[in-house]
Design a binder for this molecule. Structure first.
Ligand code: B16
Ligand code: MG
Length: 214
């Protein structure tokens, strides 16, 4: 029986994934590397440092650790610029309604995001109050597909992994949820999120009835 829901943030609660992509594309272009939407599927859900390594490997470019830190800082500065205007109306349709329903019916709720910007975004979107636990890029050591982020979320909520469902838009995130022994609802295309138990297009499709059927 499902007792807890763990939500990924970028691409599930808010459409910030497009800003991550734009910033990565801009950064890659300064290195003479082209990245497209298909390649970007590998960057979703993955930590900033790992994204840098993936892009450099893709372009066959070598950088020192110091240079990589500078590249990561530049990407984040562009990302922060893009999200500066974000406000509560940018939450995806159905998110606030579903979180409210869950809370009213006693489900435990956690965030499981790779992003170090998660606390800032939750604040800007005014949805921080829904989350009993926030596990993000600041509190984990191993990036998705490692299950650490979701296992820590379940532990913080005091719920066994088998009683948790994860909502994820990234291939790496779906893999992380499944290796944590959790149920996973993919948010996006079933052709991409092949390991999800099933996919929805967005949280506006979710109801408590669907959750109870799991
Ligand atoms: P930051 P999520 C992930 O967030 C994004 O999917 C991914 O594109 C990004 O690189 C990663 O966070 C790190 O974000 O640079 O803000 O620390 O989808 O796990 O909520
Ligand atoms: Mg995501």
């Amino acid at each position: 029986m499902i007792q807890a829901c763990i939500f990924d943030m970028d691409g599930v609660l808010v459409s910030t994934e497009k800003y991550h992509f734009e910033a990565w594309q801009r950064l890659a272009a300064t290195l003479g590397i082209h990245i497209d939407e298909e390649f970007n599927e590998n960057l979703k859900g993955v930590s900033r440092a790992v994204c840098i390594d993936l892009i450099l490997a893709h372009g066959g470019v070598h950088k020192t650790e110091e240079e990589k830190r500078e590249l990561a800082a530049q990407k984040n500065a562009w990302f922060l610029e893009s999200i500066s205007h974000i406000n509560p109306v940018d939450v995806f349709p159905g998110v606030r309604e579903f979180l409210t329903q869950l809370q009213m019916h006693g489900y435990k709720i956690a965030l499981g995001s790779a992003s170090k910007n998660a606390p800032l975004l939750l604040e800007k979107l005014q949805i921080a109050q829904f989350f009993e636990a926030v596990i993000d890029g600041n509190s984990i050591e191993k990036a998705k597909p490692n299950p650490e982020v979701f296992l820590k979320g379940a532990e913080a909520l005091g719920v066994a992994p088998k009683n948790c469902v994860v909502f994820e838009d990234a291939i790496s995130g779906v893999q992380a949820a499944r290796s944590a022994g959790m149920y996973c609802i993919g948010v996006g295309s079933p052709a991409i999120l092949t390991q999800a138990n099933f996919c929805i297009q967005g949280l506006h499709e979710m109801t408590l009835e669907r959750l109870r059927e799991l």
